[in-house]
Design a protein around this ligand. Structure first.
Ligand SMILES: [Zn+2]
Length: 534
């Protein structure tokens, strides 16, 4: 598939680059004595797929060092506690125990673990149970004590959750998580290198040859150092565009120093990420109108909220914009999307810049008006169609009317907005086959609010969906001259698929597997199912 979506029979590559795209007959003249010829027997080959928003480094360290409650899926509170108990037996007294991907909805009991349950099995280790949505954690008493959180800690927003008696439950939300997370020792560069090495194998297994890493929830310098070290050792296999997570003005200086540093076909530090609002699943995304509790009932008074001071936010956007960085803004709710667009518009007025490609990450329910503004401001979107499949309560949180404009993929396409796809791994299943399936079917995995497939007018065709992982995704990384299509001069990145992607029924797309992932002409066997996919 080339950038004009034309399909060819054969491709020749040399020194990691594509030299010819032609017919089976035409390829003969490129075959020399030392040429490795791979006969794919008519199997479908696509460009290597690109994930525009997945936390590869985070997925790596998580996979190596933090037990996962979702894979395999834990079903009971007792199983959660058993995992914490086992971890306590492996670690020295006082060392932190962290586990991840807790979600009470998946448990038979449909309730959270409690501080006292954690205390009873792990009194001598501080414990933090991170929730799957990334916006909540449950701590034991020792962790709260080390974090300096008491029932009297000032808490205007109600992020430190208490029971009816005013006692701490251990549940901390949003910014209150910071009390605990700052006490957990950060990953070392060595741990991060180990993590990235492990994670990239999972990316390769599912057909991904490039990734945009929006970072960890801690300062970005160690992660970037780890990427640079691995690349220097020739051990970075997946092409990586890495963002600097930005909370304050000082981060902009760090990010622009990294941005001006060395970059090539394998690694670059492309810009910054700023969080503007919360999450859809737990109804903290910033909305114009109240959320729904379920398909029919309104969550009275809850419109979510911004997670950053808005003056600071505008200023960060302006400063990063002036320095030539690409700004990627986590904006989920429709009000967050509009606010992000306002900030970008203002920055552009003060300092016009043609090809900025500032980006809205997620943008789950933009209004019609926002779509038109994205187009005119040339703002890109990095969205994740896998949410339509895996985020069970997406439609329920929005209600029937708004759900129709969730992830308006077809509208993005029609308007010519640059829209890249991705998985937001490690929070959602990594395999692009699931993202393709979701983009084409919009079918939820579980149907807690009835078998309602919402917004079917926004379904994509397979060819359109593939663009969001190839040509359009490459633009999100400013790498469209190197990757995203199969054309002479571009990097020799391909995926060989188990089925013909173009003819398999949409319902079966999620079962299609990457058999071979080729990056820069290096052939990696894929196939073994990835640890990060369902
Ligand atoms: Zn993310």
């Amino acid at each position: 598939m080339d950038s004009r979506n034309r399909i060819f029979e054969a491709v020749a590559a040399k020194d990691g680059k594509i030299v010819a795209v032609t017919s089976n007959k035409g390829i003969a003249r490129f075959i020399g004595e030392n040429t490795r010829v791979i006969d794919l027997a008519g199997k479908t080959v696509t460009p290597g797929l690109i994930d525009t928003h997945s936390h590869l480094a985070l997925a790596g360290v998580d996979m190596m060092f933090i037990p996962d409650l979702a894979r395999p899926e834990v079903k009971r509170v007792k199983e959660v506690l058993d995992i914490v108990r086992e971890r306590a037996s492996q670690l020295k007294k006082g060392e932190w125990i962290t586990v991840r991907n807790f979600e009470e909805q998946y448990l038979d009991e449909k309730r959270s673990v409690t501080r006292s349950e954690l205390d009873s099995i792990s009194p001598e280790h501080p414990v933090a149970v991170f929730c799957e949505d990334g916006h909540r954690l449950i701590a034991n008493s020792l962790a709260l004590q080390l974090a300096g959180v008491t029932a009297d800690t000032p808490d205007l927003e109600g992020f430190i959750v208490k029971d009816q008696n005013g006692q701490l439950t251990g549940l901390l939300r949003e910014s209150a998580m910071g009390y605990v997370t700052v006490k957990i020792p950060p990953w070392t560069v060595e741990q991060l290198e180990e993590g990235i090495k492990a994670a990239q194998e999972e990316w390769i297994k599912v057909g991904l040859s490039a990734n945009k890493d929006p970072g960890l929830f801690e300062p970005s310098h160690r992660m970037i150092q780890a990427y640079r070290n691995l690349h220097a050792k020739g051990q970075l296999k997946v092409r990586s565009d890495v963002l600097w997570l930005t909370h304050e003005a000082a981060d902009i200086d760090c990010a622009s120093a990294e941005f001006r540093g060395p970059a090539d076909d394998m690694l670059k530090i492309g810009g910054i990420k700023i969080f503007l609002d919360g999450a859809m699943r737990i109804r903290t995304a910033w909305m114009h109108d109240e959320f729904n509790v379920d398909y029919n009932r309104v969550d009275t008074g809850n419109r979510g909220y911004p997670v950053i001071d808005l003056e600071l936010f505008k200023n960060l956007v302006l400063e990063a914009h002036k320095r030539g960085l690409q700004i990627c803004i986590h904006a989920i709710g429709d009000r967050a999307v509009d606010t992000a667009l306002d900030a970008i518009e203002q920055a552009l007025k003060k300092a016009p810049r043609k090809d900025h490609r500032h980006t809205l990450i997620h943008a789950e329910v933009p209004t019609r008006q926002a779509l038109r503004r994205m187009k005119s401001l040339r703002v890109a979107v990095e969205t994740q169609t896998v949410f339509l499949h895996s985020m069970d309560d997406l439609a329920g949180n929005l209600g029937p009317k708004r759900a129709k404009r969730a992830m308006p993929m077809k509208s993005y396409m029609k308007l010519g907005i640059t829209v890249g796809n991705g998985a937001d791994a490690d929070f959602y299943p990594l395999a692009p086959s699931t993202g393709l399936y979701s983009a084409c079917t919009r079918r939820p995995r579980k149907e807690p609010f009835g078998p309602k497939v919402f917004g079917t007018s926004e379904c994509l065709t397979v060819r359109e969906a593939l663009k969001t992982y190839t040509t359009l995704a490459a633009k999100c990384l400013f790498w469209e001259d190197r990757i995203g299509s199969i054309e002479p001069g571009k990097c020799a990145d391909f995926v060989v698929w188990s089925e013909d992607l173009y003819s398999v029924p949409a319902e079966k797309l999620k079962d299609v597997e990457a058999e071979m992932t080729i990056i820069g002409g290096i052939v990696h066997k894929a196939k073994d199912s990835s640890r990060l996919s369902p």
